[in-house]
Write a protein that binds this ligand. Structure first.
Ligand SMILES: [Zn+2]
Length: 163
């Protein structure tokens, strides 16, 4: 893991945990996106995108971690780690729940909601982590249909994939 100049030791460790969740999801044939909800250096829950595994289109990595965390009296002292920049659904949830800080593995393969989060007072840290970038790049290349499904975009259908 590199590119984490802005990350403290706890951030580095917990972002790596989110990445490991993403890897586990990849091994299950799912979308390789992982997330961790933590209070300081204490992990509340970790999760991964479960679209394929659970047949649940709402279970993005962030949503899976939040669901596993169960009821929390407050999120004001938490940080959400995610291997990939949050979509609008997850960004809305972050704001709705009052999560004040988000550490993002990368926003090169997907992004665009960082300013929305910042505009709502969320501290956004982008790690530009090379492992996170490489994992998503491979996924988008190997399973474009699944990727387009996950981000609710039409898959370009000129010709058909040869495999
Ligand atoms: Zn999402």
């Amino acid at each position: 893991m590199n590119g984490g100049d802005m990350l403290n030791k706890t951030d580095q460790k917990l972002l790596r945990m989110a990445y490991d969740e993403a890897l586990a999801g990849d091994a299950q044939g799912g979308c390789p996106i992982g997330s961790v909800l933590a209070r300081g250096d204490v992990v509340i829950a970790s999760g991964r995108n479960q679209r394929v595994q659970m047949g649940d289109p709402i279970a993005h990595g962030e949503m899976d971690a939040l669901r596993k965390a169960g009821r929390q009296k407050t999120y004001r002292d938490t940080t959400l780690y995610t291997s990939l920049s949050p979509c609008m659904m997850c960004s809305g949830t972050i704001i709705q729940f009052g999560i004040p800080r988000v550490v993002i593995g990368e926003n090169q393969n997907f992004g665009g909601n960082e300013e929305f989060l910042r505009d709502h007072g969320v501290e956004v840290v982008i790690a530009n982590d090379q492992d996170c970038i490489a994992l998503m790049q491979r996924f988008v290349r190997e399973k474009p249909e699944l990727w387009f499904e996950d981000i609710s975009q039409d898959y370009p259908t000129q010709g058909s994939p040869s495999n």
